[in-house]
Design a protein around this ligand. Structure first.
Ligand code: NAD
Length: 300
């Protein structure tokens, strides 16, 4: 780390200032780090600069001289382009820099990036997150980290500015496997909460009252806590888009195939999310799975 910087302050490049990345990058600024932000659309970069970040004009501009490079991008093609492509992170990063990819992508891409980075003396962690937009805004994310133990230890101050539950779960790609497990559980719960709402409403029972009872018993879960009111009110602004959850279910089903296991409920939820997307709901919050469940019962 550069001697001229304040003790504990790290020079960070943050690439991908979207729903998640923007509040995360701002927390790193608030924690005293020097953060250079880059996003494909310039308006996001300007918003970040107005809040104490440094505006970068390109990936190269952001990454030059950085101790830590964080990527928070939609999916593996964007991560491959930004990290491995022309003018990408591996072309510009300082030897010894630490690349932390916090996007949710397929595990094999995380492994391939770690291998490519080794040749450039760049260290890599895959560190996808759970907790949604609210978790990002409150710096309360769960962060599941794959890679070398020593690199995880070095990245701890960065993670602690972003999340509350920060766990090293195994080698490169392991963070993404844990995230896939997280997403299949979340998708399954949304599907079941949707079915509970449809059943209660079709039976003439007030769904809000019913879900309040569920939230106090064995069926209690975070999704019921955070989303039951907005689901009953049919408020589906994202949050986490159906398109991104559809992507994540593809990662989960691919990972299951690679691991030679059958995940039948995951397969069903993946198809329901595919239906939501095919019905034109891709840009709605994933709680809009309720629309598909309603449609299946002729109640849309
Ligand atoms: P988003 O689409 O809001 O943000 C992605 C940002 O990356 C956008 O601002 C986009 O302009 C930018 N971008 C895309 N390609 C780029 C490129 N080549 N160069 C520079 N910038 C580029 O998505 P998000 O909701 O912030 O999600 C980001 C990642 O985090 C995804 O992998 C998602 O699955 C994961 N995630 C999201 C949530 C959530 O609740 N939104 C929760 C957990 C994990």
């Amino acid at each position: 780390m550069a001697a001229a910087r304040e003790e504990g302050s790290v020079k960070i490049a943050f690439i991908g200032l979207g729903i998640m990345g923007m509040p995360m990058a701002k927390h790193l600024v608030a924690a005293g780090h020097t953060v250079s932000g880059y996003n494909r659309s310039r308006a996001k970069v300007d918003e970040f600069a107005a809040d104490g970040g440094t505006a970068a004009a390109s990936v190269t501009d952001a990454v030059q001289g950085a101790d830590v490079v964080i990527t928070m991008l939609p999916n593996h093609p964007e991560v491959e382009e930004v990290v491995l492509g022309q003018g990408g992170v591996l072309e510009s990063a300082e030897p010894g820099a630490l690349l932390i990819d916090m996007s949710t992508i397929r595990p094999e891409t995380s492994i391939a990036i770690a291998e490519a980075a080794r040749d450039k003396n760049v260290r890599v962690l895959d560190a996808p997150v759970s907790g949604g937009e609210a978790g990002a805004k409150q710096a309360a994310l769960s962060i599941m980290v794959g890679g070398e133990e020593a690199d995880f230890a070095a990245a701890r101050p960065v993670f602690e500015a972003l999340g509350k539950t920060v766990v090293h779960v195994g080698p490169h790609g392991a963070g993404q496997v844990v995230k896939a497990a997280n997403q299949l559980v979340v998708g399954g719960i949304y599907g079941l909460v949707s079915e509970a709402i449809v059943l209660m409403e079709a039976s003439g029972v007030d769904a809000k009252t019913g879900l309040d009872v569920l939230a106090g018993g064995l069926a209690a879960n975070r999704i019921l806590d955070l989303k039951r009111e907005s689901m009953v009110a049919r408020q589906f602004q994202p949050g986490f888009r159906i398109d991104l959850h559809h992507k994540d279910m593809g990662i989960a089903t691919d990972a299951a195939r690679q691991a030679d296991v059958a995940l039948p409920m995951t397969g069903l939820v993946a198809q329901l999310l595919a239906a939501a997307r095919a019905m034109g709901h891709g840009s709605l919050d994933h709680s809009a799975l309720l629309k598909v469940v309603e449609q299946l019962s002729g109640r849309a």
